[in-house]
Design a binder for this molecule. Structure first.
Ligand SMILES: C[S@@+](CC[C@H](N)C(=O)[O-])C[C@H]1O[C@@H](n2cnc3c(N)ncnc32)[C@H](O)[C@@H]1O
Length: 271
């Protein structure tokens, strides 16, 4: 990737999506709840001397979150604007923070040097070769006993078929392109088109195990609301999503087994 000209599409919120404000906010609250409940207990155990690497840090919101108990943080972000935002947003952290404009190829870090590598909502947006490079980087840099926290968008049983999206005149467009076109477009890093390759969760988990990690925890979250197929159900759950607190909503959808949880977070420990 030519990081000097790389611009991540959609700058509307920190996560980088153009989702309507209310959903973005509620989505962030639900995600934060899940991370607090499922992921943080593992992270805390790495202690106050921990070295954290945040791959695809965006504006640094998860560098702040995962680095709050750590000694030092390296935030890797190829988009210059977002990297500068990450510098601003992490300036007052207790940990020593270094924001590097670039990808894993630009990180000057030794093997087995990190206690924690995090990669939050990056994998589905990048060229498949870049995704492999990120997983290889985690396998190389996380020390034995250290953790890799990976969150991504996964395929769901009722998925609609699209893997590219962009906005035009205030409208969002979603199209499905074949694998070879996906590779071309995601490799071209167009500033206006966001590739979204929904990944098979089990394949990624298997790959992590193959690369020397043991899966300690996994949690699906982020409900997608059903469209035409089950419209009433979708409207009902959307209403609940907007009106209930994140813990209550999460408990409810787990209890009824709401079928479309499209994001997943995985805590993997290096053997
Ligand atoms: C959806 S945003 C997530 C940002 C951040 N992790 C968060 O959750 O707030 C995806 C980020 O990945 C970055 N990115 C794109 N390609 C990348 C690559 N090959 N390596 C690392 N980061 C990349 C983008 O610039 C963007 O900031």
């Amino acid at each position: 990737m030519n990081k000097d000209s790389y611009i991540y599409p959609f700058r509307k919120n920190a996560k980088g999506t153009n989702t309507a404000e209310i959903y973005a906010e509620r989505g962030d609250a639900l995600e934060r709840y899940i991370f607090d409940a499922v992921v943080w207990p593992y992270v805390k155990e790495q202690g106050e001397q921990a070295f954290v690497i945040d791959v695809g840090a965006g504006e640094g919101r998860y560098s702040q979150y995962f680095g709050r108990n750590a000694k030092s943080v390296m935030a890797l972000e190829p988009d210059e604007h977002r990297c500068n935002k990450a510098r601003e947003n992490t300036a007052s952290m207790a940990a020593a923070v270094e924001c590097v404009q670039g990808t894993v190829a630009d990180a000057q870090v030794g093997n087995d040097s990190a206690d924690l590598v995090v990669n939050i909502h990056v994998l589905q947006h990048v060229h498949p070769d870049d995704a492999t490079a990120i997983l290889d980087f985690a396998a190389r840099t996380v020390r034995s006993g250290g953790l890799f926290v990976l969150a991504f968008t996964k395929k769901t049983p009722l998925d609609e078929d699209w893997n590219m999206t962009w906005s035009e005149n205030g409208r969002s467009h979603y199209v499905e392109v074949p694998e070879d076109v996906f590779r071309m477009v995601s490799g071209a890093h167009l500033p206006t088109v966001l590739p979204v390759r929904k990944l098979h969760a089990d394949e990624i988990l298997k790959e992590l195990e193959h690369k020397g990690f043991a899966i300690e925890a996994r949690q699906e979250y982020a409900p997608r609301f059903l469209g035409e197929k089950k419209k009433l159900q979708g409207i009902f759950f959307k209403w609940l999503y907007r009106n209930l607190s994140s813990p209550v909503f999460h408990k409810l959808i787990n209890t009824v087994g709401y079928p479309l949880q499209e994001d997943i977070v995985v805590v993997a420990r290096k053997k």
